[in-house]
Design a protein around this ligand. Structure first.
Ligand code: GLC
Length: 513
């Protein structure tokens, strides 16, 4: 059996509002993605994941879906999507879309109907509980707020549950009709030809009907704490079976927002639940060698026990960009890129990190997200012109820093840019069985340097990351050439044993050719 494509793929996340606007409304669109497919193919990623573009009142910028089977007019039409999919496939790019199963929008016809009366046939599609208007049914709080995870519906005199905004009521997955309807939404897109799904807060769909009070720290962010309900695992097995009915290794990547690797690992099941799961543990690590060494060793051993394939993420649309998190230095963002793209597993690149973007500075007046995540969602600058390749006058959020020089066109012209570094790393990865699918073994190279070896048959690579601001001496047996240096780009020098401050190197064994 050949390995499924997603094991050796690098996935590029597109937040569609922020990628490229062709209609002039200030919001990126599907046509904007289509027009830049050649650029993504040039960069060398294997797949794109597009954050939600479905019909939505946009209270959570698309994570509040009011129709799972249509495109919001802000982003285009279903035929724009079909065209994008077809043209992506023609270039060998797979397409994942974002599926939001834990909650709908309060404007979804299902909820409108459910809310209409206690007798509504859809009442039980959501989670309703009795209680006095003064006292919510339990102590859970909604994400991004100090308020309860419950909203009292005056008209029908009951509370409904929402782990996120009150405009995002939780679906009741205990109701088989909900399960069937949500499975149909997957089929709708699978039949159109998508290659898989990123599944939003998937670990939350099964809930203990007791919905009991929890400890105060857990109640503060229940979506980070609801864990391991057997009902969720059962649903996941059902979803896995559905995807596996389709040819072509369709994939489900779960957003399991739990903060230990052990917890995340359980959602791979016995190779019968998620194919891949995000693991945000590394995303919260400081840029320190021993923390990364410990974390990677743990991930390898915990996932290894289940034969579960790791994923790696440094940035996404919910967190400050890693360049910003690590202090703003481009050199460090470059070293992090070399690490991300040489680890064992499937890496996810968040659009704009390949340009070394920092978060935008968003003034109080320009902030729009209830969760305070605007900075990392700033629009992508495509060129140096006014408008930076966007059709309208002003995009929905301010530009990230230095758009006149830090844009796609300028960096494509500059062979020493971070964009070329990403391209070079992606090419090195594609060309090396050791990097794509080989084993990983961490090696001792002193306290400041994190080093590991990747190996597959005769193919062998060494990765050295100097987390300190001092040069480090490292010695290995045999001859090694520098294939990629984070500070430069591709080189072909023999490695002399000196690792410059803050830099990372990808080394290839001299024996290889
Ligand atoms: C996920 C998404 C985030 C969204 C939340 C609710 O964490 O990544 O953007 O706000 O789920 O759907």
């Amino acid at each position: 059996m050949p390995e499924p494509w997603w094991k050796s793929a690098v996935v590029y996340q597109i937040y569609p509002r922020s990628f490229c606007d062709t209609s002039g409304n200030g919001v990126g669109d599907l046509e904007g993605i289509r027009r830049h497919l050649d650029h993504l193919a040039w960069l060398g990623v294997d797949a794109i994941w597009i954050s939600p573009f479905f019909r939505s009142p946009m209270k959570d910028y698309g994570y509040d879906v009011s129709d799972y089977c249509d495109v919001d007019p802000l982003f285009g039409t279903l035929s724009d999507f079909d065209r994008l999919l077809e043209e992506a496939h023609r270039r060998g790019l797979r397409v994942l879309i974002d599926w939001v199963p834990n909650h709908t929008s309060d404007q979804h016809p299902w909820f409108v109907e459910a809310r209409a009366s206690r007798e509504s046939p859809r009442r039980d599609w959501y989670v309703w509980r009795d209680g006095s208007p003064e006292r919510p049914p339990n102590n859970w709080r909604a994400a991004f707020s100090e308020s309860p995870a419950w909203t009292y519906d005056e008209k029908t005199g009951q509370w409904y549950l929402h782990l996120f905004l009150s405009e995002q009521p939780d679906l009741n997955w205990a109701n088989p009709d909900v399960v069937a309807a949500m499975r149909d939404t997957l089929r709708f897109w699978l039949d159109r030809g998508v290659d898989g799904f990123r599944m939003d807060v998937i670990h939350c769909i099964g809930k203990d009907p007791a919905l009991a009070d929890v400890a105060a720290d857990v109640a503060a962010i229940p979506y980070c704490a609801l864990n391991d309900d057997p009902r969720t695992h059962e649903h996941l097995r059902g979803l896995r079976a559905l995807l596996d009915e389709y040819p072509g290794d369709r994939v489900m990547v779960g957003e399991v927002f739990l903060l230990t690797t052990e917890q995340v690992a359980s959602y791979y099941g016995n190779r019968d639940e998620l194919h891949l799961s995000f693991n945000f543990v590394p995303l919260y690590l400081p840029w320190e060698a021993d923390r990364w060494r410990g974390c990677i060793d743990e991930i390898e051993s915990v996932l290894g026990r289940r034969d579960a394939w790791p994923t790696w993420v440094l940035s996404n649309h919910d967190q400050p960009r890693h360049r910003t998190r690590y202090g703003g230095d481009e050199g460090r963002a470059r070293a992090a890129a070399l690490l991300l793209l040489t680890l064992r597993g499937t890496p996810f690149v968040y659009a704009g990190e390949e340009l070394g973007l920092e978060d935008a500075v968003v003034s109080e007046a320009s902030r729009v997200d209830p969760g305070g995540r605007d900075g990392c969602r700033a629009p992508l600058p495509w060129d140096a012109q006014e408008g930076h390749g966007w059709a309208g006058e002003s995009p929905w959020l301010p530009w990230p820093p230095e758009p006149a020089t830090r844009n796609v066109a300028a960096q494509r012209r500059d062979p020493s840019s971070i964009l070329h570094l990403y391209r070079c790393l992606l090419a090195a990865r594609r060309g090396s069985p050791a990097l794509r699918s080989g084993t990983i073994e961490t090696i001792d190279a002193g306290a400041a340097v994190f080093a590991f070896r990747r190996r597959c048959g005769d193919d062998e690579r060494l990765v050295l990351v100097n987390f300190s601001e001092e040069a480090a001496r490292v010695e290995f047996e045999g001859q090694w050439r520098i294939e990629v240096a984070s500070a430069g780009v591709g080189t072909d020098e023999v490695f002399g044993g000196l690792l410059p401050p803050g830099q990372a190197l990808l080394l290839v064994s001299g024996k290889a050719d």
